[in-house]
Design a protein around this ligand. Structure first.
Ligand code: MG
Length: 374
């Protein structure tokens, strides 16, 4: 992307705060394009294909995985970025990396690992995503991790509890965790990825929920954000049946949310007129839904919580996954030699176990569980 197309408030790779380890510039790619390429070639990225979003990987071939979810976030993020003059390459890099730290088995895995790590500093997937790109990937001769730019790392660390921010900020003063202590915002590109994440999962979880049979179109009539476009679709195509009704409804839902973000954000940018990416970080959050869309999106999210994520059938696999993670954690903690040498030899055993376990795919964790608890 040529710099000429970037708005003044966009992150410009030429103005990047740089990498932790200095590197020569690439001859043909900007630093953000290079970050994206490093992420795509990473081991953690390839594992996303076998990690659960909501439905376990083996439950069906059509459900979203962390990989297809990340691609959808990148698609939505890029199309909004282009309309706003933000840096598409940076948005793509952040979107593709945003879930790299997720455990196997989705949120059940994260909650279980966090419980196992309670006495050892806890486990949090956003922090883990940063650990993956900063430390755990082993691809370069001269450093651990992917050595991404500050701006990509800032976007990857999208939430962070204060106690964790204090630790990271002590290691990296004024770095990626400083904003959780001083109340500033991340770049507009990072703000956009957070919103694109929510737009993506709200929409694809409806799709997966309906196709799995756990949600019905009748139930979804309670959700205004769905019901409105469902009615529109049927009014325009009265003969339409089956999954095309669902897809057309979701398509309209997605489009309207994207345009809502673009319009609302443009207005906020006009009001605050940040003259640079750094000025945008000092403003309140600028990439956002209108108040009305925000409420509708929140209502949809809580509908999905009640009716899909807490559905008895989902909860059943959730409980099973929790047991798998607890069992694996206990075994590796007691017998670190069951892990590969690079993990087994580390002095902080609980953290080594958390790093190893969280990197696993659903199916690898399942196989290890069978091997170690048979
Ligand atoms: Mg996500």
């Amino acid at each position: 992307m040529s710099t000429a197309l970037l708005a003044p408030y966009a992150c410009d790779p030429a103005q990047s705060r740089g990498r932790r380890f200095a590197e020569q510039a690439a001859p043909t790619r900007s630093d953000f394009q290079r970050d994206r390429d490093r992420i795509v070639h990473s081991t953690a990225f390839r594992r996303l294909v076998y990690k659960t979003q909501v439905f376990l990987n083996h439950e069906g071939d059509l459900f979203r995985t962390r990989l297809t979810h990340s691609l959808e976030v990148a698609q939505l993020g890029r199309s909004i970025a282009r309309a706003l003059g933000l840096n598409e390459d940076l948005v793509e890099a952040i979107a593709l990396a945003h879930d790299l730290g997720h455990t196997p088995f989705g949120h059940a895995g994260q909650d279980a690992l966090n419980a196992c790590m309670a006495a050892h500093g806890g486990f949090e997937h956003n922090l883990q995503s940063l650990r993956v790109v900063d430390h755990l990937e082993e691809r370069y001769p001269a450093f651990d991790g992917l050595n991404l730019t500050f701006e990509s790392r800032e976007g990857v660390l999208k939430h962070c509890a204060r106690r964790h921010a204090e630790i990271i900020n002590a290691q990296e003063p004024g770095g990626v965790a400083a904003r959780f202590l001083n109340g500033t915002q991340p770049s507009l590109e990072a703000q956009l990825c957070n919103l694109a994440d929510a737009i993506a999962y709200n929409a694809h979880d409806i799709d997966d929920g309906v196709r799995s049979g756990l949600l019905t179109l009748e139930q979804l009539q309670d959700v205004s954000l769905f019901a409105r476009y469902h009615a529109q679709t049927l009014a325009e195509y009265p003969q339409l049946q089956g999954r095309r009704v669902l897809y057309e409804t979701i398509r309209r839902m997605l489009s309207d949310q994207v345009y809502d973000v673009i319009h609302t954000t443009r207005a906020a940018l006009d009001t605050h007129a940040p003259a640079s990416a750094d000025e945008a970080r000092q403003c309140p959050p600028l990439v956002k839904f209108s108040a009305a869309m925000y409420e509708e999106s929140k209502a949809l999210k809580s509908f999905l919580f009640r009716n899909l994520y807490r559905h008895p059938q989902v909860m059943e696999t959730t409980h099973w996954a929790r047991d798998v993670v607890h069992d694996l954690f206990a075994v590796y903690l007691a017998q670190p030699q069951e892990m590969p040498a690079a993990y087994a030899q580390r002095s902080d055993v609980p953290r080594a176990v958390a790093d190893y376990l969280s990197g696993m795919t659903d199916r690898f964790a399942t196989r290890e569980h069978a091997r170690l608890t048979a």
